[in-house]
Design a binder for this molecule. Structure first.
Ligand SMILES: Cc1cc2nc3c(=O)[nH]c(=O)nc-3n(C[C@H](O)[C@H](O)[C@H](O)COP(=O)(O)O)c2cc1C
Length: 335
């Protein structure tokens, strides 16, 4: 969860409890001493490597750490390389098709490469390209449904968000079959979007998933990296506070109706300046429409309710207090 919502602390604690702790690499330096206001890209590469180190210190030697790298970033290749150089175990990559991911990670064959998809078509495109160009099979797929997930959603149009064609119940079994038949390798499909408790998890396993990726529930933990005001916004959220917006990156996103979003929905654009040309496709950069999403997400991370863009999954309405990561993990895996 970017920007910096799942940083080294949250990832480290999830890994310490036996999960795969995932650090979002996007904008990670924003709250570190490495960033001086001018060196956005360089500082971020240091923050990724140091973040992996910090997460490992919390997790201990057997902890598994992943880094989420967004394909839509202008310096995507550097995010992947820095994560590999920092000794990450897994790279999870979406917000676009990670067609060249194996090239950027080629010197690190032990790093597992896991694309995020929302359809079998996308998975198939990635798998075919990887096989043809790099002789490499993905090490897993995260199937994320736009119906419930937070952040940028993996469809182009608003009306596709709730389309059954992108639901877990439709795509997970199809993807499991595709992997077994077409790739001939036992690689896990991981379900994401709207998973909250053990019942949801077992339902996903019943569809054929071998794992789940959970975002929203972990954002509001004591160990979560965001400011307390960010977490309070999650606690306060009711169903009609959750809205979809068209983001500057050209994708729908699920967010809280903060004052900033309220104004945006009414057509008032009040943006801080472009922070660093961070997205390959950005309507704010190219047409001065929308807003600088990096600045708005950093504001949310810092707990600036007035000016922040608070990404959330639809499960945000179930968040009613701050909890410990270990309590969530014990509830999910009592045995
Ligand atoms: C605050 C927030 C930020 C997110 N940022 C990212 C991101 O940077 N990259 C990404 O691939 N997914 C991102 N996501 C999606 C999550 O990784 C996750 O797949 C999704 O939210 C799962 O659904 P859930 O929140 O219902 O558990 C974000 C989600 C949230 C809530």
């Amino acid at each position: 969860m970017g920007v910096a919502i799942s940083g080294p602390k949250l990832a480290g604690h999830v890994a310490k409890c036996g999960g795969i702790g995932t650090i979002a690499s996007v904008g990670l330096a924003c709250n570190t001493p490495y960033y001086n206001g001018k060196n956005y890209f360089e500082a971020n590469q240091i923050a990724v490597k140091e973040g992996i180190k910090e997460a490992r210190e919390i997790a201990g030697p057997s902890g598994v750490i992943a880094v989420n790298c967004m394909v839509a970033l202008t310096d995507y290749d550097r995010h992947v390389r820095s994560a590999c150089e920092g000794g990450v175990d897994v790279i999870i990559s979406g917000a676009g098709l990670p067609l060249r991911l194996p090239e950027y990670a080629k010197d690190y064959p032990d790093v597992a490469l896991v694309p995020i998809v929302s359809s079998v078509k996308a998975a198939s495109l990635i798998a075919r390209r990887w096989e043809k160009t790099y002789g490499k099979v993905p090490d897993g797929f995260v199937m994320e449904t736009p119906r419930y997930a937070g952040g940028h959603l993996g469809v182009l149009k608003m009306e596709q968000v709730d389309d059954d064609a992108f639901s877990l119940e439709k795509v997970v079994p199809e993807l499991v079959e595709f992997v077994a038949k077409e790739l001939g390798k036992d690689i896990p499909v991981i379900a994401a979007g709207g998973i909250w408790d053990k019942k949801d998890m077992e339902w996903a396993f019943g569809l054929g998933a071998k794992g789940v990726q959970i975002g929203t529930r972990f954002a509001c933990t004591f160990e979560g990296d965001a400011a307390d005001r960010f977490k309070q916004a999650y606690i306060d959220a009711r169903a009609d506070d959750v809205v979809l917006i068209q983001s500057p990156a050209g994708l729908p996103g699920r967010v809280l109706r903060s004052p900033f979003v309220e104004k945006y929905l009414q057509g008032v654009v009040e943006s801080k300046p472009c922070i660093a040309n961070c997205l390959t496709h950005c309507r704010y950069k190219s047409e001065r429409e929308t807003f600088c999403i990096a600045q708005a997400l950093i504001d949310a991370f810092r707990g600036n309710w007035e000016e922040g863009l608070f990404f959330c999954g639809s499960n945000v309405t179930r968040v009613d207090k701050m909890v410990h990561v270990s309590d969530i993990m014990k509830e999910l895996f009592p045995e």
